[in-house]
Design a protein around this ligand. Structure first.
Ligand SMILES: [Zn+2]
Ligand SMILES: [Zn+2]
Ligand SMILES: [Zn+2]
Length: 540
């Protein structure tokens, strides 16, 4: 039976949830998790909450905390009933934040949004005055440049997310990897990937629900409080057209957990016209060789095929994990079946088994290959609260090493990049460290962390014993660049001109050092410089 075998021949990759449930595609015991019908305070528009959020925003604004004020005005917009005065007042107040943050273009757009939403005529002169201030500042060339990762080379023809100095090929073990076609210097951005799938767990007033861009001229969904959009593209083509009004639980966190799976499924479902088409595609992708070199990642279907082939963990035999998977799959299925298009696609009995496995697979791929940002909540002991998730496709080709030659750059919205931290010679593989603090730890410590965190047994060159000689370590220790780099403190992110200058000096020294020793075997001194260089590039 398909769906029980993975291409590498491992069976029992999936637990047959459908069979377990006696061939029924609903599971009554998890019904209690999916609350239906009753109006919810968190998800419905509410003028009172909107006003509260705006007042709170005003409080922060008067304290000079523009960013926090802006977040609250965004939330005020989310709760404001479409067409109400809360909408235009929130836009107007947000424009004041943009002005203070010197983001003049955004300020001008918010002023127009406030006017379009019916800002009171008697207050318009205030807005016009703000507009004048913006135009004057723009005339004087004061618009700050926003950071955006950009490829240092022309993009590859078939894989536009990576530079044309790279190719996808098989490594010595037969696994897919990224390789250099020519020599690449230190500090080059060689991959800029747009996440294939994103999810925002909590609804923020300052992030686009689709592309996760921050601090833009976000416009709220007219119907719900969950989503804000940065552009017509994000609003128009988004999966939110299916998701709007759908919810699993009143708890924002629990809701996000299941709704992420729902979005992952919708992303695929939206590409196909009927269940047979989706089923054929998915079965073909899963049963074909995982290590076949893809010819392109240009169109959405080849991207989806790459997504389906991303590695997943073997099915767990632990009861606890099994129950979680079961609950997630059935809860997501229940929600999905409430969407008319999905319901009409999968209502026939013959599709139900596939549908359950499809949901489980989408979930497992996301679970195993996503980059999740979050924070530790103060009032919940060591509970990690995620707030956004990005699933990229290049992760399938990135090989881990405790002696990496690239780092993951700062993420901007759904974009993240790879920057070289050592020179990469022609034919060498692109290697990144899944956990950065590993770079300066001993082999024992590294293996402990990798096993605890990722169930990984690392066999990289460094772990296999290719390390620098004592003589080389000594030479590095007495290198003037090494001494300078390790003795200076790292300048702050948005420092003054002096800080910027010392940041540049440190980066130059690091690059010179990394160029000189980058091809020699790894040692802790070298790891220290790589770690410092990564921090500097991130703060730049
Ligand atoms: Zn967006
Ligand atoms: Zn909505
Ligand atoms: Zn290793």
């Amino acid at each position: 039976m398909l769906w029980k075998k993975e291409s590498n021949g491992n069976d029992s990759m999936y637990v047959d949830l459908y069979a377990l449930n006696g061939g029924r595609a609903s599971f009554d015991k998890v019904d209690c998790f999916a609350r239906q019908g009753k109006p919810s305070s968190t998800f419905n528009k509410n003028g009172v909450v909107s006003l509260q959020k705006r007042n709170e925003g005003d409080k922060y604004f008067s304290q000079g905390k523009w960013t926090r004020a802006m977040e609250l005005y965004g939330e005020s917009l989310c709760y404001a009933e479409h067409g109400s005065k809360n909408v235009n007042l929130a836009y107007a107040n947000r424009s004041a934040c943009f002005l203070k943050m010197k983001r003049y273009n955004e300020c001008l757009i918010d002023i127009e949004l406030a006017k379009e939403a019916g800002y009171p005529a008697n207050l318009i002169p205030q807005l016009d005055q703000r507009k004048e201030e913006c135009l004057k500042a723009i005339d004087e060339g004061a618009q700050p440049v926003m950071f955006e990762p950009k490829l240092s080379f022309e993009p590859n023809e078939n894989f536009p997310c990576m530079a044309n100095v790279l190719k996808i090929d098989r490594d010595a073990q037969g696994d897919l990897g990224i390789f250099a076609k020519e020599h690449i210097d230190v500090g080059q951005t060689i991959v800029v990937e747009k996440a294939f799938m994103t999810y925002l767990y909590t609804h923020h007033g300052w992030k686009c629900n689709i592309c996760l861009k921050e601090y833009g001229n976000f416009v709220p969904c007219k119907k719900c409080t969950v989503a804000m959009f940065c552009s017509e593209e994000c609003q128009g083509n988004s999966l939110h057209k299916y998701e709007c009004g759908l919810r699993y639980s009143d708890s924002v966190m629990m809701n996000g957990f299941i709704m992420r799976v729902v979005r992952g499924c919708l992303l695929a479902i939206d590409m196909f016209s009927d269940a047979d088409e989706l089923m054929t595609f998915v079965e073909q992708a899963i049963s074909s060789d995982r290590n076949q070199i893809p010819s392109t990642l240009l169109d959405e279907k080849s991207q989806y095929e790459a997504f389906l082939k991303l590695p997943i963990k073997p099915a767990s035999t632990e009861h606890h994990e099994f129950m979680i998977n079961l609950t997630i799959a059935f809860s997501a299925q229940k929600l999905l079946m409430r969407i008319p298009r999905v319901n009409s696609m999968f209502k026939l009995e013959k599709y139900r088994r596939f549908f359950m496995h499809f949901i489980t697979h989408q979930y497992q791929v996301m679970e195993n290959n996503s980059f999740i940002c979050g924070s530790n909540h103060d009032d919940m002991d060591d509970d990690y609260v995620p707030f956004e998730s990005r699933t990229g496709l290049m992760i399938g080709y990135k090989k881990h090493s405790c002696a990496p030659n690239v780092m993951v750059s700062r993420t901007v919205g759904h974009k993240f990049g790879l920057i070289t931290v050592r020179p990469v010679m022609k034919g060498q593989q692109i290697l990144h460290a899944v956990i950065v603090p590993l770079l300066t730890l001993s082999k024992r410590e590294r293996h402990q962390i990798l096993w605890q965190d990722r169930k990984m047994l690392c066999k990289c060159a460094r772990c296999e014993g290719v390390t620098a000689s004592k003589v080389l370590c000594k030479r590095i220790q007495s290198d003037p660049d090494y001494q300078y780099i390790t003795q200076q403190s790292i300048p702050p992110t948005r420092g003054d001109d002096d800080a910027k200058q010392s940041m540049q000096t440190m980066i130059d020294k690091c690059e010179r050092f990394l160029r000189q020793y980058g091809q020699t075997a790894w040692c802790n001194e070298f790891g220290r410089v790589v770690t410092i260089y990564m921090t500097l590039v991130d703060r730049q």
